[in-house]
Design a protein around this ligand. Structure first.
Ligand code: FAE
Length: 530
């Protein structure tokens, strides 16, 4: 352990350990595939291929397969359900904790060494921002906090002026929430459950500071959680499982959209298939260069799959990398909009210490599943939405954690560096300075009303400007694509994932990604796949 990075705090007499800025420990080479030169390959022909099994890919797969269209889904990560392997809790990280890294990559407390394995959580490190992603069949749904938030109608309209807002709020959002199995915790359960003390304290203090609090829906099954609480079923949210995957309770995509798609008999899922780049064939189909890898990340087979129609659903960073890299390597045509209008969805992490310091703090037992938010979006000077986040590390540090979702004032831009063979992100403190002002205002208002201090030992002196869970944009709907996700300049290439949303949506984004995917697929199936 590097002493400089290790800070032991004994605030309130309880030891808490926070690792800061561990990104530099991980060279990019750790992430690279170990490829054998001059390797033989096998070629396969497929009609419809989708790259990526997150929200966009899962919606596309269900809507196509239920129309009897055979689909091949390619996923670089593991099919966890099929593998029989278990996800690990945050306080005891195991195989699922990181994608091919030798040390944990959580936002803090990276005290743990790991065996290199195709884990469920990945992190891309850029100079001014770190981006966390899910890997495996189910994509981000495997590792996320499950918060299922429908954006504010006015903001959705502002971001997507050309979409039919009324139809989204009467049809696509309700459909997305139904398929995702969104539900809400019962107030009776929340008011007594000791695992939600952090949330009760968070809401109480926010109200005292004059903020409006809101109950936030989730895809974690709260009826299951109630049974966990009564010890009737194995614990997951109440056993510290979340960003390294949940073994129970969470309705991740493998239990919803993908399960339904598989039941049609028309779905083939190829796990541990990493697409390296794409070539456009003379007949306007696409050749995918694929490394089939083992769980150590080594290539065990090289494949070419020719796809008549190709849907990119590799997530914002994955789809951007595939397009920009392929443009450099195989001259795949991409137009000038690709990489533009990228944003972090206004993500900004912060926290407070000395919260209820003399009346039990925020509780040593914490559910991993957030249920509360603070809605300050309408404020003219400091508009933001806050997730009251848990700190489920099994110790009481009287700390409150918050993920602020802010507006964007300036977009970032993504490009590809052929020499370095990696994405470049034009993003720095100038993009996040207004978010920091909002965080300062929020902490000041909370501390003035309730006591407490900024959590100086978390992130960078209490401000996590570089923490991003919600990368969005870069292949924006109606700009880099037509209004339904057909990529400009292509006949058989589509993008269906978070990259369609121009950098911001004002709340946690997966409900919006799902609704937009539903909208695009409804039209594409009628017009291009029938
Ligand atoms: P995504 O879910 O990222 O899926 C892309 C898939 O493509 C992944 O499975 C990749 O492994 C795969 N892939 C990428 N490149 C390749 C390749 N070259 N070859 C083969 N496969 C490839 O895309 N959002 C919320 O709304 N609520 C939350 O509570 C929330 N919490 C979060 C917590 C964490 C820790 C994280 C990391 C994210 C969280 N998010 C949350 C964000 C949410 O998970 C994310 O926006 C969506 O997963 C993005 O969906 P996509 O379909 O764009």
């Amino acid at each position: 352990m590097n002493r400089k990075e290790f800070i032991q705090t004994s605030s309130l007499g309880i030891a808490a350990f926070f690792f800061l800025g561990s990104g530099s420990l991980f060279g990019k080479s750790e992430n690279r595939l170990e490829r054998k030169p001059g390797r033989p390959s096998e070629t396969f022909e497929k009609e419809v291929v989708i790259i990526g099994t997150g929200y966009g890919g899962s919606v596309a797969a269900l809507r196509l397969t239920e129309k009897n269209i055979p689909v091949t889904l390619l996923e670089m990560g593991l099919n966890w359900e099929k593998s029989g392997k278990k996800f690990s809790p945050m306080i005891n990280p195991g195989h699922s904790a990181a994608w091919l890294k030798t040390k944990t990559i959580a936002p803090f407390m990276n005290l743990f060494r790991l065996d290199k394995f195709t884990g469920a959580l990945d992190r891309l490190d850029f100079e001014h921002i770190k981006i966390w992603l899910g890997r495996g069949v189910g994509g981000g749904s495997l590792v996320n906090g499950g918060m299922a938030v429908t954006p504010k109608k006015e903001y959705f309209k502002e971001i997507f002026p050309n979409l039919d807002t009324e139809k989204f709020y009467s049809h696509y959002f309700p459909l997305a929430n139904k398929e995702l199995k969104t539900n809400v915790a019962s107030e009776d359960f929340l008011k007594d459950c000791d695992f939600y003390k952090f949330n009760r304290v968070g809401e109480e203090e926010a109200k005292k500071a004059g903020f409006k609090t809101v109950r936030v829906p989730n895809v974690y099954d709260f009826r299951y959680m109630e049974k966990e609480y009564r010890n009737e079923v194995p614990r997951s949210a109440l056993a510290g499982e979340v960003i390294y995957g949940n073994n129970h309770g969470k309705n991740s995509l493998d239990k919803t959209y993908l399960k339904k798609a598989a039941a049609t008999g028309n779905l083939e899922i190829l796990e541990l298939h990493q697409v390296n780049h794409i070539t456009q064939n003379p007949d306007k189909s696409y050749a995918l260069d694929i490394s089939v890898i083992n769980t150590n990340g080594q290539e065990i087979q090289h494949k070419i799959i020719n796809a008549r129609k190709l849907i990119l659903s590799a997530g914002t960073m994955g789809s951007l990398e595939l397009l920009l890299k392929s443009n450099s390597v195989t001259q795949l045509p991409v137009d000038q909009h690709i990489g533009k209008e990228w944003g972090n969805n206004g993500n900004f992490m912060t926290g407070r210490n000395w919260v209820k310091a003399f009346s039990g703090g925020t509780g040593s037992k914490q559910s991993t599943i957030p249920v509360g938010g603070i809605d300050h979006w309408e404020d003219k000077k400091h508009p933001f939405f806050v997730e009251i986040a848990p700190l489920p590390m099994g110790m009481n540090v009287a700390t409150s954690l918050y993920l602020l979702v802010n507006k964007l004032k300036k977009f970032g831009e993504v490009t590809y560096d052929l020499t370095d063979q990696k994405l470049q992100l034009n993003w720095d403190e100038s993009h996040t300075s207004h978010m920091k002002d909002n965080a300062k205002y929020f902490l000041r208002t909370m501390n003035n009303a309730n006591g407490g201090t900024r959590a100086h030992l978390l992130f960078k002196n209490g401000f996590g400007a570089d923490i991003c869970y919600h990368p969005l944009g870069g292949i924006v709907l109606g700009k880099a694509t037509d209004q339904f996700g057909r990529l400009n300049g292509h006949q058989n290439l589509y993008v269906i994932d978070g990259s369609l949303i121009p950098g911001t949506i004002g709340v946690n984004p997966f409900v919006t990604i799902t609704a937009i995917a539903e909208y695009c697929m409804e039209h594409l199936i009628k017009e291009d796949f029938s």
